[in-house]
Design a protein around this ligand. Sequence first.
Ligand code: ADP
Ligand code: ASP
Ligand code: MG
Length: 460
Amino acid sequence: MSGSTVLKFGGTSVGSAAAIRRALAIIGGTTGPRCIVVSATAGTTDRLAEAAAAAERGDGATARAHVGELQARHARLAEELEVQRVVPELDGLAEATATVLDAIALLHECTPRSRDAVWAFGERASSRIVAAALEDAGVRSTAVDATDLLITDDVFGNASPLMEPTRTAAGSRIHPLLEDGVTPVVTGFIGATAEGIVTTLGRGGSDYSAAILAAALDASELLIYTDVSGVMSADPRIVADAKPLPSLSYAEAAELSYFGAKVIHPRTVRPAIEAGIPVRILNTFAPSDPGTTVTAVAERDGTVVKATTSLGGLALVTVAGAGMSGVPGFAARVFDTTAAEQVSVLMISQSSSENSICFAVPADTGERLRTALERMLARELARHDVERVTVEAPIAIVAAVGEGMRGTPGVAARVFGALGAARVNVVAIAQGSSELNISLCVGEGDREAAVRAIHEEFHR
Ligand code: ADP
Ligand code: ASP
Ligand code: MG
C-alpha cells in the first residue's frame, strides 16, 4: 500500500525485553499503515546452526538440547514481556524443529533444505513474541509467516525472491490487514518456494526480506532499525571514533556491504533501488539520531573515501608463471575451475605482465581450489609454463569506498602512503573500474591496523 512504512528490527533490537519495549515505542510512535519485519533474537540463528551441525554428526541429543535451551530462552522473554499466552505456540514450533533435527540425526545428513527448516525457528518465534507484545501495547497486531507471502526460488540457504508471485501473495495477505488497521509482524530471513517449502535468504537476510516486502507492498519508506546509529565510516568495533554517515548512495552501500560492513545485507539494496523506495538505517537504542539515508544517487558532500571496511577469513590464491603471458583464455580456465568448485571469488588482480593472476576466496575453500587448479593445469605445471599455484591464508580484504574517489587524483597514493606509514604489508591490490572503491589484501593480522590507517588518513 503506498503510504505504508516497513520497519525492520534486527537481532539485538528484539534480543531482550528491554530492547523489544524500545522497538514497541518506536512502532507506536509512527503513524499510518506499517508492516514490521523482525529478525530472530540475537544469537538464535547461530545456535540453530549448531543444532543442525550436531544433528548432522548424528548427535540428536545435543541438537535437542540446543533447541530446548532456545525454547526456554524464548519462554523467559515472553514471560518478561507478560505475553506468556504465546508460549504453547512457541513450544509447538520448537517441537517441530526438534523433529526435523531427529530426522537429520537419524540420517546423518543435513541438506540445505532441512537446514532451512531448522533455521526458520528463530524468526517464527521472535515474530510471535513481538506481535503479542505490540498487541498489549495497544497496537492491533498479528504475526505473519513470510512463507505465506515471500515466494522464492529453491536455492535453499541463499534463496532469491520471485517478485511477481511475491507481490501478489504479499498484497493479498498484507493489504487487508493494513486496511483493517492491523500491524503485521512478519518473519525476516525466511520465505518459501511456490510449493510451500521453507527457504532462507542467506545469513543477515532479514534486511533483504524487509526490502523485498517494501517493494512488493509499494511502501513509501523502509526503516531498518539496528544497534548502531546508521552505517559508519568504519566498523565501530575496529575504529572507536568512526562516525555515522548521513547519506550513502545505493552503489556505495552495496560495495560496503559486499566488503564486510555487516550493518546491511549485500543484496538488500537492490529491491529498494528498483522500486525507488528511500531506505534509512536507524538505531533502536537512540531513535532520534539521524541515522543514514541510502539514496539512489550520491550526494556530493566533499568526502573522498567515505568509509573503510574489511572482510576477513579469506585465502589468496595465486597462479604464477612466465609461460602464461599472452595465452588467450587462461584466466577463463582458471575461473571456470573456481566456478566448477562452486567457490565465489571476492577480488581478482592480474599483474600487467600477465605473470600472475591472484584472487581472494573464502579461506576454507583455498586448499580444495589449489588441488583443482593443479589438476586443471597439470600440463602447464609439468612444462613450467605455470610455476606454481599458491594459497596464502588467512588474509583479509580491506576496501576504501566512496563516490568522491571518482576522478579525484591521488587517492590511491594516500591509501598506500597511510598503509606504508602504519607498516602494513599489502599483498594484492584491485581497483574497481567504477572507481568507487580501492580494495587490497593484507594478512589477517594486519587487518585492523589497515582499516585504522586508512580511516585516519581520510577522516582526520
Ligand atoms: P542487525 O541484527 O540489527 O541486523 P547486525 O549485527 O547485522 O545488526 O549489523 C549491525 C552491526 O554491524 C553493528 O553492530 C556493527 O558492529 C557492525 N558493523 C560493521 N561495519 C559497520 C559499519 N561500517 N557501520 C555500522 N555498523 C557496522
Ligand atoms: N536471523 C538471521 C541471521 O542471523 C537473519 C538476520 O538476522 O538478518 O542471519
Ligand atoms: Mg543484520
